[in-house]
Design a protein around this ligand. Structure first.
Ligand SMILES: C[S@@+](CC[C@H](N)C(=O)[O-])C[C@H]1O[C@@H](n2cnc3c(N)ncnc32)[C@H](O)[C@@H]1O
Length: 193
């Protein structure tokens, strides 16, 4: 399994993030980053002019991520400790991209609304919100998403003022394995507004 992660971190993760729209110099938030399967590639793509904030309530995972960032020489990963509260400790309109990957199933509908509100608040006006809603009804059903399908997630995020730009069906890493899944892209504002 470790080989999958190594392969992903060697280059496929970066290619994935470039493909969904991440660019050099951006400020990114990886909410529920875990050990950093997406944080580390994001740090590579955004480079030293950019920054990746990494939030997780699991201190061991955050520590593992920071050890990995240190050993690979990334100084642009900034851990933010939390006890799981849904208030994000970042300024209004300070972030270009928010990643919320494989986290929504932890949250009930009220908590999901809170996190969407917070993401909206911290995103810059031309920023985007990228969501990987794993564990839907037809994709390894689990916890709060086990009765929901993709369309329902799109609908509830749109309701929180976001503009739904597109979905990608992509090969990606889930836990320590390769998988395929839908990535949703929401903009804070429709282009041209
Ligand atoms: C399944 S892991 C996904 C990790 C990573 N995003 C990925 O896709 O590889 C979900 C992570 O979200 C974190 N998490 C869940 N709810 C959270 C909350 N309210 N605040 C911070 N972290 C949370 C968990 O601790 C866990 O590390």
């Amino acid at each position: 399994m470790e080989n999958n992660v190594k392969k992903w971190l060697r280059g496929e993760g970066e290619a994935f993030l470039k493909d969904i729209g991440i660019r050099k110099g951006q400020t990114i938030l990886d909410f529920g980053c875990g050990v950093g399967h997406y944080t580390i590639p994001a740090a590579k793509v955004t480079g030293k002019e950019g920054k990746v904030y990494a939030i997780d309530k699991d201190m061991d995972a955050l520590q593992q991520l920071m050890q990995r960032a240190k050993s690979e020489g990334f100084k642009n990963v900034v851990p933010i400790k939390t006890s799981g509260e849904l208030k994000i400790n970042l300024e209004n309109e300070s972030v270009d991209v928010v990643l919320l990957y494989d986290v929504l199933h932890y949250m009930d509908v009220k908590e999901r609304r809170k996190i969407y509100d917070e993401v909206y608040r911290i995103l810059k006006s031309d920023g985007f919100f990228s969501v990987y809603p794993k564990h839907l009804k037809s994709d390894g059903a689990l916890w709060n998403l086990s009765g929901m399908e993709l369309e329902a997630i799109v609908k509830e995020i749109k309701r929180e003022k976001f503009y739904f730009e597109r979905k990608f069906f992509k090969s990606l890493i889930h836990d320590d394995n390769y998988d395929k899944g839908y990535i949703l892209k929401f903009k804070k504002e429709r282009e041209g507004n």
